[in-house]
Structure formats: structure tokens, C-alpha cells
Write a protein of this length. Sequence first.
Lengths: 286, 286
Amino acid sequence: MDKIFKNIGIVGLGLIGGSLARTIKKRNLADTIVGFGRNQERMQKACGLGLIDEFYVGYEQGFKDIDLVVLGTPVKTIIHIAREVIPHLSPGTVITDVGSVKAQIVEQIEAIMPPGLHFIGGHPIAGTENSGFEWSLTDLFEDRKCILTPTDNSNQRALDRLKQFWIQAGSRVICMDVKTHDMILAAISHLPHMVAFSLVNAIVDMEDSKNNILQYSAGGFKDFTRIAASDPVMWRDIALLNKENLIRSIDFFEKALASLKDAIQREDGKNIEELFWKSHDTRRGI
Amino acid sequence: MDKIFKNIGIVGLGLIGGSLARTIKKRNLADTIVGFGRNQERMQKACGLGLIDEFYVGYEQGFKDIDLVVLGTPVKTIIHIAREVIPHLSPGTVITDVGSVKAQIVEQIEAIMPPGLHFIGGHPIAGTENSGFEWSLTDLFEDRKCILTPTDNSNQRALDRLKQFWIQAGSRVICMDVKTHDMILAAISHLPHMVAFSLVNAIVDMEDSKNNILQYSAGGFKDFTRIAASDPVMWRDIALLNKENLIRSIDFFEKALASLKDAIQREDGKNIEELFWKSHDTRRGI
């Protein structure tokens, strides 16, 4: 199998960046993986673990031979870091990111992209509630969807290469426009996180001095609220960057819950059952 | 180990009744397990699978030698079935149930309990989204909490025996009053189910002809909404029987979500982050 990219630079070695490094190593998708970050100690540790072959602290050197740059930092910093990295890249280099929100990132990075460099927004639909490369997994992307969001400005060859790269990493690649991406992700990922965070907070609010309600939480509750332990800073930024879609999704959810609450209040068993069948059949159908 | 009960009757062989039968068999907790139900074919199948040793169709015969009756039918039918079963029980028999709501069930069954028979409400905090003994598990109760809800009228010896029985079944037994039980379960079990049902319904409502949003649901969403595939009829009855506590829990949740939505709308990053840290720290602490 030909290597699509020879030297891959990963900026930000979190859960996703670290897992991508592990995947590239395991599947032999590149000759070298170079890590870039701000924290020397963290980079050294990642190097010691064999995730990366070499590393540079800062974004000024080490990019000359890189032919794929993956921006793996939190969504809010991606645009800023792209701005720092771009001047040091060699012609033909492909740049992508792994951010959970796409419209703002893609629009702003495309606006600063010089001729000869090719940016394509990306989002592997994978992750856990944990952060940092210590939690990285070799099979995180295996058989998972990876969404790429090319625009009218995208270079077709760069897109094809990036698509092949993610396929070789084990993912199923889907292309869509940034707006559709952000709308869909608001519904199936960002909304559930807001709901999980709020559910745990509601139960904290209910606690009284007599009863420690949370100590009774069983398996179902724990599975259900696992994502409420996700990184608050990362999710704050996602909520802010995808505000409009997220508010719209919360509106839909509030309406659905209000209908159910109303049916319970009216003790309308038939209506309650109908609402439960609707979600039952939908969920079984996934 | 002495057997606390010699002949156990299980009325209703669903997921819980079936799993209890498997547990009794595996741990050798009784000489005989007798199944009682309405559907001959189902009982025959359970007997063929070795879950029960014998069975009776209907609730009129077979109870003479039973010293523990477990009512495992859906919450709405428990009181009705208790009424049918009681006249046929021998003195000293202990009766319990496994219903997810306790106040109404315990109050109404105690009211019809003749002297010499002992009812103690019970609720093993265990289950999956599946229904029926075909899905029953030998280890469903292992290391899980089982709540018993004795009242001032409860026979102490019957309570002790039932407690020991559930301990021998692998559970950690906790006693509390029915009101506390119903309040806690509304918060950590019934509310999350209402939220999961409503979340799936909201996403169905959002679907448009262009985008099939649900096809993009990844692992996180699937884990989160697994309970939305639970039995609609069972959950309708739980919602109706625990109405007051459930509405109160939904109120708390609506407020928590509204605060977050408001912070997102105001783009108040500090406030959003605070709310996420609250649930993050709580969830990590469970």
C-alpha cells in the first residue's frame, strides 16, 4: 500500500491527535509523525510512549518536510494556530482539522489560505469522555464515520488524498457541507451533551440534606450520564461556536419534553404510550 | 447455607422474574421454583429452558407449599394480582414485589393483607432495555442494590428473611420508606428515561426530507439513548404511578437546561463552563 502522506505533523496531542498517531503507527500510514505543541514535557512524554517520532515546541520550525498537518487542538484555538502554522508550510501541503464544529473554522481558515496550500475541514465522529493522549486508543477511528467538509474552493486532489488517508485509518468517510455538518452534530452530539450535563446538575439541585440521591445511581444512570464527565472547556467552546444550531436543537428537545410532561400531568396514558412508542421504534431502528 | 425459602413462586416471568429464577437456580437458593402466569405457552417455554421447575396457569392453584411469592408483573397489575393470589396462600408466606414505584403498591397491598401473611415491598435496582425472560441474566442482581420498603406494619422476621434472601442472591440490600424510594427513583431512573425518550423524539421532529440525521448517530448517542428503547407500556405505568415525583424531577431538569440555554444565548462562556464543571465533578465523583 502506497503511503499517501510521508511525513505527518500533528498539532495538539489530545485524545484525538494521540489516537490518530497510534493509528498511523499501527497501520504504517506514514514514515514519520512529528508532534507540535506548547508544552515540552507533554511532547516528551508522547515521544517516550512512541506516539510520535520527533517533536517541536511552538509552531515555527519542523514543518518543512511535512505533507499533512492535522490540527488537533480544541475548536476555539484551531483558527489561531492555523494562522501561526501556515507561513511555515511547504507548497502542496494538505492541512486538516478534527474540530466538532465546522462552519466558522472552515470559513476563517479558507480566508487566510495562500495559493499552493490546501485546507479541508474534517471531523472524525469518535471520542470518549476522556481527554489527553494518555487515553488515546489504536482503534478509535475503526469503522467510525469521518466527515470531511470540502467547499467550492477545495482542491480536488487534496480532498481525494485526505479521503484515502482516513479510509486507510479505518474510517468510513462522508463528505457534506459545513452547514449540514453543524446542524446534524448539534442534534446527535451537542444536544445530548447539554442534556446530560443538565440532568446531572438537576439531580445535584434536588439533593437535600437527608438524602444523597446520587449514591443510588445504578448502571442505567451511569451509562446515561457518562458524557456529563466530558471536558468542560472543550464543550463550552463547542456550545459557543455552534450556538444557533444548538439553541434550535434545545428548542426541539424542550418541546418534546414539554409534550410528555403535559401528558403525564393530564394522566393521558394513551398519549404517553404513543410518545414512548415513537422513541422506542426509532431507537430500535438505529 | 440454609435455604431461607424452600418453595418460591414467581408470578410473571419477565426480565426481572426470569433473571431471579436463574439466580435462584445458580445459587441454589430454593428447592423448587414455581412459575405462575396467564400464558400457558410462555410458561411452558420458561419451564423448557429450566428457569422454573413447574408452573400453573392462573392464580388459583399451586400456592399451598410456597413460602415466598415474588410478584414480578408490570407495576400496574401488581395490586390486582396480589388480590387474586392472597386467598390461596398458606400462613407464614412472605410476599414481595419488584415494582419500580412503591408508595401506591405498598399502601394498597397492606390494606388487603390478612393476618398471618407478610407483605414487604421490594425493588431490585437492575434491568436492561429488554423485556421478557428470553433476555434474563444470571448475574443481573449481582452487586446491585435491592431496596426494600418496610412500614410500621411490617413483620420483622419476614423482613429479615427477605433481606437475607436478596443478600444470598448477590444484592446489596437497603431499607427505606416508600416515599423516599419513589422520590429517589424519580430522579435517578424515571427522569432519565423521560429525557431519553424525549431526546429521540426531538431528533425525529427535527428530521427533514433532505437529511436523515439519525443515520449519523455515533457511539455516544447510542449509549445515551439506549434506554429510549425500553418497554413503552411498562414506562407509561411507572410515569402514571409516580406522577408527582416525576413532574417535580422534570421541573428541576427543565430549570437546569433553561439556565444552560440562557448562558449559551448570552454567550456567557464563564457561566457555561461553571455549569459544565458542576456536572463534570459530580459525575466523576459517582
